[in-house]
Design a protein around this ligand. Structure first.
Ligand code: NAD
Length: 430
């Protein structure tokens, strides 16, 4: 057989996942815009370290099941690795590589002194008892303990993990360090053991700080505007509530059970209470039922996709009527749809900045843990506003100067910071 040309020099399977490939597309375009050093491009196209571990767990019926866990440390030029841990049945190494890359670019564009990482275990956490979930968390922590620590790599919650999971994580790591409390090893902890006030609502609040600023740029005001929110979990429900408190008319919200519409505006406080009691919005009667697809295409001033990736692609991008879109979720608009919306004059605040509130307050939590000195909630909200708007204004400035779309602008600003730092540090050993 004739030898074939290798079109992809990095053809290892873990680098071929759709999330990572999509991120690389944006990365390569942006690297050209800023004329990034080709040696830096070469280095930034790959993760530094991929750790795969077996996680044996004794189940409640006394049988032992072995799960697979990952921690991908993508880049640590700017500081210790930082990124969440996902417990989900679809977790695999290519997905974790993609998420770790996004964390690297997010932390850079936000101006944080942190590198990028992500972790996960392939498991459906809804099928585990509390005891099984605790055993899984503790053994996973122990398996990666050698690679993490307050100055090395600081995980956080993500899909399927929460403050309780982080408490078990912190306790396991501390026990393995001689029993001394090590709160700085993980963020998103309960406040009682070194968590930060304001962390729970941070991502939703950040989305609204960005939405207000984006509206200002379009000559609009939050108060009296019509806003639609997809997703009513941690990000979506807080984003809806903060917009509502600022006088916006929330004309629709949705969750996995469907969309809920009222052209005169929904009572968000009532819906938050309803969702708390019923675990979802299913059965909520004080609104007209619509589909998630219809919600995305509503005539509104701002659309906040706060649920899943890939919600707006080439099949519906032409029908989107919102003037401003703020990406609360990670990757809700595909690369191709971004181009269509940009050409149509829709303003997109990209995910790496728009949902950065969570990691910014995680950074504050880590700083507070190191100092053992804790701040007021209002202090935290204000510091979050300063950091997120500074990053957003820098990206807007770049976008206006180079006339590119906001996603490319955010990636370009991120690359510039990483490039400068990598050139200054140089390549070890030479
Ligand atoms: P969550 O699990 O709390 O909420 C997700 C919401 O989306 C739920 O209301 C769920 O019902 C809804 N949903 C699920 N499938 C849906 C569908 N097909 N259509 C419409 N709605 C659907 O999760 P979250 O923490 O709010 O995260 C949402 C997104 O924001 C994710 O992309 C996540 O990666 C991203 N994000 C979260 C944070 C954070 O701090 N929580 C930070 C940065 C980014």
């Amino acid at each position: 057989m004739a030898p074939q040309e290798n079109l992809n020099p990095h053809s290892e399977a873990h680098l071929n996942g759709p999330l990572f490939q999509n991120a690389l597309l944006t990365f390569k375009e942006a690297a050209k815009i800023v004329n990034c050093d080709p040696n830096i491009v070469e280095r930034l196209e790959r993760p530094r370290r991929c750790i795969t571990v077996s996680v044996p767990v004794r189940m409640d019926d006394q049988s032992v099941k072995v799960f697979t866990g990952y921690r991908v440390q993508y880049n640590a030029t700017l500081g210790p690795y930082k990124g969440g841990i996902r417990f989900h049945q679809n977790v695999d190494l290519p997905e974790v590589v993609g998420l770790a890359a996004l964390m690297t670019f997010k932390n850079s564009v936000l101006g944080l002194p942190l590198g990028g990482a992500k972790g996960g275990v392939c498991v459906d956490p809804t099928k585990l008892s509390r005891a099984e979930k605790q055993s899984l968390t503790r053994r996973y922590t122990s398996e990666i303990a050698h690679f993490i620590g307050p100055t090395k790599d600081i995980p956080a919650p993500d899909v399927g993990t929460d403050a309780q999971t982080m408490a078990w994580f912190m306790d396991t790591y501390s026990q393995e360090q001689g029993g001394y409390a090590q709160p700085g090893v993980v963020t998103g902890k309960p406040v009682e053991i070194g968590g930060s006030l304001g962390r729970n609502h941070a991502t939703g609040l950040g989305v609204i700080y960005i939405c207000e600023r984006a509206m200002e740029q379009k000559g609009m005001k939050m108060s009296g505007s019509r806003v639609a929110v997809q997703g009513f979990g941690n990000v979506g429900s807080f984003a809806a509530k903060f917009a509502y408190d600022r006088g916006a008319r929330i004309i629709a919200v949705s969750d996995v059970t469907g969309g809920y519409f009222n052209g005169d505006g929904l009572n968000v406080n009532d819906m938050v209470e309803y969702a708390k009691i019923n675990k979802s919005l299913k059965g909520y009667t004080k609104a007209e039922l619509i589909t998630n697809e219809q919600l995305l295409e509503l005539d509104c001033d701002a659309l906040l996709p706060c649920a899943l990736e890939g919600q707006i692609d080439t099949h519906n991008a032409e029908r989107i009527k919102a003037k401003v879109i703020v990406e609360g979720a990670n990757g809700p608009i595909t690369n191709a749809a971004t181009k269509i919306l940009h050409q149509r004059g829709v303003f997109i605040a990209p995910d790496v900045i728009a949902n950065g509130g969570g990691v910014i307050v995680s950074y504050f939590e880590w700083v507070q843990d190191i100092m053992s000195f804790f701040w007021d909630e209002s202090d935290i909200d204000n510091k979050l506003k300063t950091v997120i708007l500074k990053a957003f204004d820098t990206v807007c400035h770049f976008q206006a100067e180079k006339k590119v779309d906001m996603r490319s602008a955010a990636m370009a600003v991120s690359i510039q910071r990483l490039e400068k730092a990598m050139l200054l540090r140089g390549l070890y050993p030479r």
